[in-house]
Write a protein that binds this ligand. Sequence first.
Ligand SMILES: Cc1cc2nc3c(=O)[nH]c(=O)nc-3n(C[C@H](O)[C@H](O)[C@H](O)COP(=O)(O)O)c2cc1C
Length: 553
Amino acid sequence: MKVLLINGSPKGARSNSLRLAKSFVDGFSEEVGKTEKIEIEELTLASMKIGPCKGCFACWKYTPGNCCIKDDMQAVIEKEVNADLIIWSFPLYYFNVPGILKNLIDRQLPMNLPFMSERTDGYGNGNHESRYDRSGTRHVLISTCGFWTAKDNYDSVTRMFDHFVGKNNYTTIFCGQGELFHVKELSERTDDYLSTVKMAGEGFAKGSISEEIQAKLKEPLYPKEMFESMANASWGVSRETGEKEPDDLIFTRQMTALYNKAAYDGKDRVLEMNYTDLGTSYQIILGRDGSKVVTDRSVTSTTVVNTPFKVWSAISQGEMNGAEALSKGLYSVTGDFSLMMNWSKFFGGAQSASKNDTKTESEQTNNVSQKIKNPSMTTMLIPWIAFWIACAINPVIGGLISIGICAFVPVLIGNRRIVIWDKLSIAAVAILAVASNITGNGALFTNIGYLVFGLLWIVSCIVKEPLCATYVKYSFGGESASKNPLFMKTNYILAALWGVLYVLTAVWTWFLRQNGFETVILIINNIVPVVMGIFTGWFQKWYPAHLARGKKA
Ligand SMILES: Cc1cc2nc3c(=O)[nH]c(=O)nc-3n(C[C@H](O)[C@H](O)[C@H](O)COP(=O)(O)O)c2cc1C
């Protein structure tokens, strides 16, 4: 199988469209490669010599099938004729293909016979048959454009391809907001799009691209309003004066454009960006209806970030992680810290907003019914609490009740995702409940339960993610929270404290029971977790803010 990838972007290897085309080829070749050998050749028109057609018809009259211009086009024709699949990768220029690609298209004249023939596909009038049998050649058009959507912007392109490769004889992937593919801060969203393009490549190799993938490819990368303000800010030119703006203001405007107003929680915020190395400062109003930059510091800030501009530049280039820089003391924050802890919700969660914006109501309803919900700590706690209460009252019947609850936890929690800590808890409680039921010794096994519960928390401190983080990260931007050292540090400390508390609970419960203080056990073992819960609520807000004020941990 021979694949010819024609890169028609004047930007050559830096082409946005090429990134999509390469993802498509990856998916396609992975699939085809399972059964046959695949040869992929890439042509970069920007570095080839393909001049415009002279219109002399020599290729029809004097040297049939051969052009009189001696440049790279003869070789291109040969490759086109031999290709099983041609991928046309190009940007949209003035609602059509760029000149270098149009040159190639015009120079295909030697591939046609000069004789007039009828159009047999009912599309257009008049035809010149192909000199070669190209009936088996498949075509895919992959292109990015600069507007927020590709919709209705490609009519000239598709009309042209309808005429020269035949209507319905090619597949298209057209994507708006193309310039975002080289913005590193947005790579989470653009990489997601590229992986969908790859799936399209796999689907195409299997015979067709599913409707679901096609629909995903048509979703705008970001909502129109957000994209347009990002795009407008990226030029770095003042709308009022037409003059170039300073880099720190351009950066602030771009960040402002990324604000996801869906994250608005009823609290108006003013974020002050204080660039300590430049001595400049701008404020960003984050409200219900969107965001706005204030350049004269005329409003009252709720959060002030003091940072050298070069640190922000490094973060925006993807050379440094923002939270990591904060934990290293490269900048400090004063005022309301909730904004920093939820940074990805305010400035990075736009992709989910874009998805919702473009879905129909019925699509959204369908998704809700099928959607697996995020894990909840309740899933892990239900078996333990049931076990401690039931076996303390009656070890035999309590044991049976606990086993029943363990069996029904997946049903009780609905379609929540079950994580490792849920599974370990269910298994541990089931074993302890069986032991309690057989031996009738509820006191011993509830006490071992405290020890096991404590050890679960402690063990979680030596793995990738502490137990509490696995559940609460979804309130702090999801997976991206795991990359936030402040969030992780806070959760490691809390997991260790809860672990130690329950190991100690096992120890004092055993000791007090030996000495007949049953009532004291009842009081202490109920009060202590409540106090620790209140402490947890306070600590998870206080500790990151304490670190961010520049104090070392
Ligand atoms: C000369 C020129 C004309 C353009 N015309 C359009 C256009 O008509 N519509 C559009 O949406 N984008 C237009 N764009 C934007 C490009 O299509 C967009 O930047 C694309 O992502 C570039 O892709 P590439 O990196 O593969 O070359 C134009 C860009 C240039 C430089």
